[in-house]
Design a protein around this ligand. Structure first.
Ligand code: TZD
Ligand code: CA
Length: 526
């Protein structure tokens, strides 16, 4: 009779979940005993970095990922990073250890009192199996829930369960197949095609899910057929469309009034693969202009249910794009040329303007480079200079929680060794996930981190103006030297002082991680 551990390892192996991102404690060791050789454990030194790396890895590979965390204290450390994984809809299975069953009630040290409740508002599903025999089935449920809901799940397992006998009824889970059907029904399809083809001035709004689902090129096909302008949804975490394409209008500003203004004059707004909408700055107004009808297509039932306006169809955006492309057999007007980037401005003194940094990346890095950005005040500078034409080119913390960028870049680089990867990280953001540098060094991940050092929480200075708070304390961060921090974690580093120097450094492509620190001038997010 196999053990719970043996069946669970076998299940994970069969599903290809053999890379474990984790930070273990005593409760977790029995799960890690007798791991088959096909597994690799990627150790992160803090749980925020562990989840950030796993999130980047899962997004870059398009596959669910396994995370191993310690009980309450370790899982608690991971919460901030989990907010991003929830918003990016990353299928992530977190397996955490728990004290032995008899020790939970008396609250022995390192027991997690009501472990599922600790995680529940965040993760899509959380459980602690009622008995050891149920662990393999619960592990399978954790994976299927993560895939079906596209959301992290959490399984807490008392550590004495792993050595228990599994029982014969465990074995059927090894071969289960669980899938979701996704095409709209006949009547839904007919109605949607009719609405879209009848529109005089349709507008497309594309969300990060388009890129996650591998629909980047399909979205171009649809937009060109429709001949409609394209916006990216607010609070964008992945780029769904080439940003210099003639039909692309940019990322929608994350406020009610400016979104509504961008829709002015369009009778139909078709939103694919996004919530409606993830606003940020509270800029009140009417949700939609007079005469604008909105249709949201998403496979996220909760995003459809919670939207405050428009109609929604819960279906896979890919199936709907196929449907519309086939229905729109005539090509729209030729879209025209890709728009060139403007000349970047320069900054005063020995600082670089962020646009100079991004122009250097655009010109010197290969076209298939994947960027993980977490530098909040440079958002508009970024889109002014970058030229991203491929799927999987851009990742950003999906819930706005800092600490994704640096670990996420390590995870993306581990998941896609075939592509160059650059993390573009602010001197504030870097600190929330800084320990990921150590993992990058240990695994010799070929990653370039461009560290933008403006000495402040730049975006918060801008927010201070917006909210009428010009005098908030706690916004400056002088005295940080990331070249020395990186060296301490085993990552080679350089401090560059000019655009020419930066361009020369970027033209090299080392096979190990490196950090390039650049002093930059302060800009505003928009
Ligand atoms: N803590 C966490 C986990 N997430 C956050 N979003 C914040 C705090 C608040 N915050 C922002 O929203 S932007 C920002 C903070 C602290 C400043 C980031 O500084 P940076 O980037 O140096 O990375 P800029 O370009 O200077 O703004
Ligand atoms: Ca900064």
């Amino acid at each position: 009779m196999p053990s719970v551990r043996r069946v669970s390892h076998e299940f994970l192996e069969r599903r290809g979940l053999t890379t474990i991102f984790g930070n273990p404690g005593s409760n977790e060791l029995p799960f890690l005993a007798e791991l088959p050789d096909s597994f690799r454990y990627v150790l992160g030194l803090h749980e925020g970095a562990v989840v950030g790396m796993a999130d980047g890895y899962a997004q870059a590979t398009g596959r669910p990922v396994l995370v191993n965390l310690h009980a309450a204290s370790g899982s608690g450390n991971a919460m901030g990073a989990l907010t991003n994984a929830v918003a990016s809809r990353t299928p992530m299975v977190v397996v955490a250890g728990q004290q032995v069953r008899p020790a939970i009630g008396p609250e022995a040290n390192l027991s997690s009192v009501d472990a599922p409740a600790l995680m529940k508002p965040l993760v899509g599903w959380a459980a602690e199996p009622a008995c050891a025999e149920d662990v393999p089935r619960a592990l399978a449920q954790a994976l299927f829930e993560a895939e079906l809901q596209r959301r992290p799940t959490y399984l807490s397992v008392p550590y004495d369960d792993w050595a228990a006998e599994a029982g014969d009824n465990c074995l059927p889970i090894l071969d289960r197949r669980v899938e979701r059907g996704s095409a709209p029904g006949g009547e839904q399809a007919r109605r949607l095609v009719e609405q879209v083809t009848a529109a005089r001035r349709p507008l497309l709004v594309l969300g990060g899910d388009i890129d996650s689902a591998g629909l980047f090129d399909d979205a171009v096909r649809l937009a060109e057929r429709l001949g409609s302008p394209v916006w990216a949804a607010p609070s964008l975490f992945r780029l769904p469309f080439p940003n210099r394409h003639p039909l692309f209008r940019g990322v929608l500003p994350a406020g009610i009034a400016p979104v509504s203004a961008a829709f002015e004059g369009h009778d139909l707004v078709l939103v694919l693969g996004a919530p409606v909408f993830r606003y940020h700055e509270y800029l009140p107004g009417r949700y939609l202009p007079e005469g604008t009808h909105l249709i949201q297509v998403t496979d996220d039932a909760s995003a459809a249910a919670r939207a405050p306006m428009g109609e929604a169809l819960v279906a896979a955006p890919g199936a709907v794009i196929d449907l519309l492309v086939n229905a729109l057999d005539a090509l729209g007007e030729a879209a025209g040329e890709y728009r060139p980037a403007p000349e970047p401005p320069t900054a005063e003194g020995d600082r670089l303007h962020p646009e100079e940094v991004f122009a250097a990346l655009r010109d010197r890095m290969p076209h298939d480079t994947a960027y993980v950005a977490e530098s909040t005040s440079t958002n508009s500078a970024w889109w002014r200079q970058m030229d991203l034409r491929r799927s999987g080119s851009y990742y950003f913390p999906a819930a706005g929680g800092l600490g994704f960028g640096l670990p996420g870049a390590v995870g993306v680089a581990m998941g896609r060794p075939d592509r160059p990867v650059v993390g573009v990280i602010g001197d504030g953001s870097a600190n929330y996930g800084i320990t990921a540098l150590w993992t990058a060094a240990q695994h010799r991940v070929p990653l370039t981190v461009v560290l933008l050092r403006n000495g402040t929480y730049g975006a918060l200075r801008w927010f201070g103006g917006l909210l009428g708070v010009p005098d908030a304390p706690g916004l400056d961060i002088p005295g940080l030297d990331f070249t020395r921090i990186a060296e301490g974690y085993g990552v080679a580093s350089q401090h560059v002082h000019s655009a020419e120097e930066l361009r020369a450094v970027l033209a090299e492509h080392p096979e190990h991680p490196r950090l390039v620190q650049v002093d930059t001038a302060l800009t505003t997010p928009s």
